[in-house]
Design a protein around this ligand. Structure first.
Ligand code: CP
Length: 310
């Protein structure tokens, strides 16, 4: 059976059974990364272009490794080394890249909507690697995979997402995905970092972290996105850390089997301390490992692989 979509732009576009298909297929791709020879011929002859107009460590590297492990050819372009700095628009760049016949474009862009526009206009597959505050669908899929791997289920889990919800595409994609799969979500942030219209989201909201900790199965800390904070949203990082930072004392308030997650990059000492980030409850590096496997699954499906893979 083939995957019905050319592109992956948003978790909002996927049905629950489609998310489950992606998660179920990912274990077999993860196994490839644990072999001595980490390469299979699944995408031999395919070309994946990575267009990153914002900085990235995890997403860019994991897409590149995922493509290479499936034997696709890859090439990457970032804003600083491209003709973007000479005034070329993103859509002109996209048409020019398309003229070189890639099979897939992975795009990260600072503003919402560009990946969807590219997907509508270009014949190749387009995968959204994060667009503005809109969505970061591959991050949410790797997060959900990591939860399912750890707990054996997603339905019924209580997931606290803590921090800068307003500017977080990771929070949005996780909310959409986790709710579709039957998890409860509680968003924790100061009022100033909650987006307008939050009351219409299908989630609980708390402006206090401490009462949420003993109830949550997953505590997902978000980075304070300094590059997107163009006004004063809280009085300082010390105060933010005092009220919303995950530290040793707060880790001790968590349920005994609860886990700590963070999409990265972390601001150690702001939203999370060393002893929380590096504690036995942290599955942050599992998230990173699973990022490669999820992106192998998504490249494989987007480029025409069948759902029943052995
Ligand atoms: N989680 C995430 O998107 O990390 P990068 O910005 O390093 O890709």
């Amino acid at each position: 059976m083939s995957w019905p979509y050319k592109d992956l732009i948003a978790i909002q576009d996927l049905k629950a059974d489609e998310i489950n298909t992606i998660l179920d297929m990912t274990a077999s791709f993860k196994e490839i990364s644990r072999r001595d020879i980490k390469k299979v011929p699944a995408l031999r002859g395919k070309t994946v272009v990575l267009l990153f107009y914002e900085p990235s460590t995890r997403t860019r590297l994991s897409f590149e490794l995922a493509a290479k492990r499936l034997s696709a050819d890859t090439t990457a372009l970032s804003a600083s080394g491209s003709s973007f700095s000479k005034g070329e628009t993103i859509m002109d760049a996209a048409y020019n890249v398309m003229a070189m016949a890639p099979d897939c474009i992975v795009i990260r862009y600072p503003y919402a909507g560009i990946p969807r526009k590219m997907a509508e206009l270009l014949p190749c597959s387009v995968i959204n690697a994060g667009d503005g505050y809109h969505e970061h669908p591959t991050q949410a899929l790797l997060d959900m995979y990591s939860m399912k791997e750890h707990f054996g289920r997603i339905e019924g889990l209580k997931v606290a997402i803590v921090g800068d919800i307003m500017h977080s595409r990771v929070a949005r994609s996780n909310v959409y995905g986790l709710r579709k799969l039957g998890a409860q979500v509680v968003l924790v942030a100061p009022k100033t970092l909650l987006p307008p219209g939050i009351e219409t989201w299908d989630v609980e909201v708390s402006t206090k972290l401490d009462p949420v900790l003993p109830e949550a199965d997953v505590v997902m800390m978000l980075r304070v996105q300094r590059e997107r904070l163009h006004q004063q949203f809280f009085s300082g990082e010390r105060e933010y850390s005092f009220f919303y930072g995950l530290n040793r004392a707060r880790v001790e308030k968590m349920k005994p089997d609860a886990v700590i997650m963070h999409p990265g990059p972390m601001n150690r000492g702001v939203e999370i301390t060393h002893d929380a980030a590096d504690s036995a409850r942290s599955i942050i590096l599992d998230q990173v490992e699973n990022g490669v496997a999820i992106r192998m699954t998504l490249l494989y499906l987007s480029l025409g692989g069948s759902i029943n893979v052995d």
